[in-house]
Design a protein. Sequence first.
Length: 257
Amino acid sequence: MRNIRLIVAYDGGNYLGWQKTAMGPSIEDELQRVLQQVLQHPVTLQAASRTDAGVHARGQVVNFFTENSVDLNKLMLSVNSLLPDAIKVMLCTEADSRFHPTIDAKRKQYRYYICLGPAQYPEYRHFSWHCPYPLDRQTMEHAKEQLIGEHDFSAFCNVKKNESYENLYRKLERIAVEDLPDNRLCIIVEGEAFLYKMVRNIVGTLVYVGRGKISLKKIGSIIENKDRTEAGMTAPAHGLTLHHVDYETATPQPEQK
């Protein structure tokens, strides 16, 4: 039995997230359908991250098992020819039989894109949040330093129907705010695991701090009080991209210019 590992990229704008749902189209649905069509047998997919509706990915890691001896380059070409334009397999390799993209993940990096100023270039409209307000970058930098480390992130977790967490502690390894061309910002968030909408709530809170809607002095009490209503808004889904996932053993990555 071969354990096949995929690096998948997608524009999540027209999908209800990675995971299959009866409510509408999902990334998992589309990829599973095409793989089963090509391989001619049932396929079960596991993914590193269950990205939410509207969220994008450049480096989603997925695996499945097959006894088919198909050449992996040919498999990738066949699958991509049948997938919608918004979903593509960027790399297809054979992994160790014990590899699991969720359990073995050591670090996930998300990138959130924000466009500042009175207007944003239309080419960015599906992939960045237009925030036409001045932001105090220095205050945002101080705020994000207070979020780095291991905390109970209850105040940054939305309640998900029919799902509960035994442990609301998570460890944020890195938050960075970087300037991009065209008056844009990228907020990079790295950690081993995240709560529901945690990254978007962190971004929304940093933006509120930058706008002066939340005082820098309140960040510590927001964490301590564990009250979602004290933190900032949930930033829109379309600004968020799962950039890559790291593992204990280095995994092959698509070529990037």
